[in-house]
Design a protein around this ligand. Structure first.
Ligand code: SF4
Ligand code: SF4
Length: 159
């Protein structure tokens, strides 16, 4: 059985998906949304995030006020502590968690706050249906960080 995480590690730096993304952008939105949805399911039937966790190790996730409130309640800590210790504003002006690897990543690659994780973590890697359509400019770079995105774009290459 193909090890898709290893394949991604071996190929990510020498693979360029510019043309693939540009070709995909020309497919009708409704059709592309269905294709992406199916490829998303296929990718995650072959790739187990618990064997990877690269997003949690390398990308500070977007977090909003609702996320902070929910996580504070879950951890039973004051909202102000979470802001002070774990939240920052990145160079694009977005509010994000402030460390990589993420402070909530556990040694077995599970997330300490999984049930209440930030919206950025819920949406990542942006390959599901309409999320794929509205984030076309993100996939090429995300393929460098996420084996599932790499898998989806590889399949799209052959369409
Ligand atoms: S980088 Fe992709 S495959 Fe790896 S844990 Fe994150 S979402 Fe899952
Ligand atoms: S909050 Fe959880 S899912 Fe999000 S980056 Fe941190 S460990 Fe990963």
């Amino acid at each position: 059985m193909t090890d898709h995480i290893q394949e991604w590690k071996d190929q990510r730096d020498k693979t360029n998906f510019k043309e693939t993304v540009s070709k995909a952008s020309k497919i009708k939105k409704k059709e592309l949304s269905i294709i992406a949805d199916n490829l998303h399911d296929e990718a995650f039937s072959k790739i187990d995030c618990l064997n990877c966790a690269n997003c949690c190790k390398s990308i500070p996730p977007l977090i909003n006020q609702e996320d902070v409130k929910r996580i504070s309640q879950f951890l039973k800590i004051p909202v102000s502590d979470l802001y002070k210790n774990h939240v920052t504003i990145d160079e694009d002006g977005d509010m994000v968690l402030n460390t990589t690897p993420c402070i909530f990543l556990l040694p077995d690659n599970k997330c300490k706050v999984y049930e209440v994780r930030p919206h950025g973590c819920r949406e990542y890697p942006l390959t599901e249906g309409d999320l794929f359509i509205s984030n076309m400019d993100q996939h090429e770079i995300n393929a460098k960080y996420c084996p599932a995105v790499f898998y989806v774009l590889k399949q799209l290459e052959d369409l």
